[in-house]
Design a binder for this molecule. Structure first.
Ligand SMILES: *Cc1c(COP(=O)(O)O)cnc(C)c1O
Length: 362
């Protein structure tokens, strides 16, 4: 059994993927070829945002967004310590300070009750991470941010395809950022990512920052980078995107089935009102996570721990001055979480095996 089955996905769409990639090999415009604009138009339409800017990774996309918002030394960005490292790493990379807020234990997302108290005159952005594939209450978060005139940068790397009140993740705030890392809900065959916004000026500036801060050739007005998305990877996304909504729905069904079968056995990831969940990871909580993982492994069932250590416990963030104990819900989650096999091609038979193994280990 596979944790994420990319091979079956490739075989299912192989004809379209191969044809799209071959077209790029034939025209040879590997950098900013025609597939880039086509991919951006298709992603913008899917997301509901006015603009999509494709980029070289989900980490680079967050950095480009922060640079575009002119966030740097002396500025603070409110975010969470229970997540993948990218969202805080980029804050430090632009010279700003990450201010952590603990998570809500049910959704693993930023605790909205604690956001307002973390806002200071130096707060220049709020960076929620839509962990495991569902968004926090974005309406409430946007209201808090608006009241203080602060932009919201949504890290939708794991939640692309998820919705809240009919709006798609990535298109819910000032700027949305996603990743096309192969194992993400919408993955390419290498690194990639995208930015979304409704704001024309921010879109123009993000495009410029993506390509060396230039608005035209040999004219550089902003400090930029090389953050372009590969044309070959855009071809992969173009071939996969027509099937994406089906996969999103399959993910939702499979995740809901896991929860129906496991609720009461362990703590399952509940979906908050108004949300749909894409289960980038299907993550349960159990008191002895390591014993559970070992027991699953004996039965040939892969599992993974996202994330075994909070960011405030990572040496690279030591200068922020946090200590163990500062974020109890994040710390508790990091000890209890276990992610089970999850992908849109997971059969009910395999899922039943996982469920039986989890029950036997409880
Ligand atoms: C994967 C991920 C990223 C970074 O994406 P890359 O494309 O791997 O750089 C950022 N934030 C979260 C929450 C992620 O899961």
């Amino acid at each position: 059994m596979q944790f994420i089955d990319l091979k079956t996905q490739y075989e299912t769409y192989q004809a379209a993927i191969d044809a799209r990639m071959n077209a790029v090999m034939q025209h040879g415009r590997f950098i900013m070829g025609p597939e880039i604009a086509e991919c951006e138009a298709a992603l913008a339409e899917y997301s509901g945002a006015r603009h999509c800017i494709t980029v070289s990774s989900g980490t680079h996309s967050l950095e480009i967004a922060l640079r575009t918002l002119k966030i740097g030394p002396g500025d603070e960005v409110i975010t969470v310590p229970f997540t993948w490292i990218s969202s805080s790493e980029v804050v430090l990379l632009v010279g700003a300070t990450a201010v952590f807020v603990d998570i809500d234990p049910v959704t693993f997302n930023i605790d909205l009750d604690q956001v307002e108290a973390a806002i200071t005159p130096r707060t220049k952005a709020i960076l929620p991470v839509c962990l495991f594939g569902q968004v926090p209450d974005m309406k409430r978060l946007n209201e808090i941010a608006d009241r203080h005139g602060i932009p919201v940068l949504e890290d939708a790397a794991q939640s692309f395809g998820a919705t809240q009140d009919g709006k798609r993740s990535g298109a819910m705030s000032t700027i949305g950022s996603t990743s096309f890392f192969p194992a993400k809900p919408l993955g390419c065959y290498g690194d990639g990512g995208a930015l979304f916004t409704d704001d024309d000026e921010l879109a123009t500036a993000m495009r410029a920052v993506r390509t060396h801060g230039g608005t035209r050739r040999h004219h550089h007005t902003l400090v930029g980078t090389n953050g372009r998305f590969d044309t070959l990877q855009a071809a992969v996304i173009l071939a996969k995107l027509p099937h994406f909504q089906n996969e999103v729905e399959a993910r939702g069904r499979i995740g809901a089935r896991y929860s129906d079968l496991l609720r009461g056995v362990c703590v399952v990831p509940e979906v908050i009102d108004g949300n749909t969940h894409v289960y980038a990871q299907y993550t349960i909580r159990v008191p002895d996570r390591d014993a559970m993982a070992a027991s699953l492994k004996e039965k040939g069932i892969p599992s993974a721990v996202y994330y075994p250590k909070c960011l405030h416990e990572q040496p690279v963030f030591a200068d922020l001055g946090y200590q163990y104990g500062d974020f109890p819900e994040s710390e508790k989650a990091s000890k209890e979480v276990l992610s089970l096999p999850m992908h849109p091609f997971l059969s009910e038979a395999d899922q039943d095996k996982v469920v039986e193994a989890v029950k036997a280990a409880c």
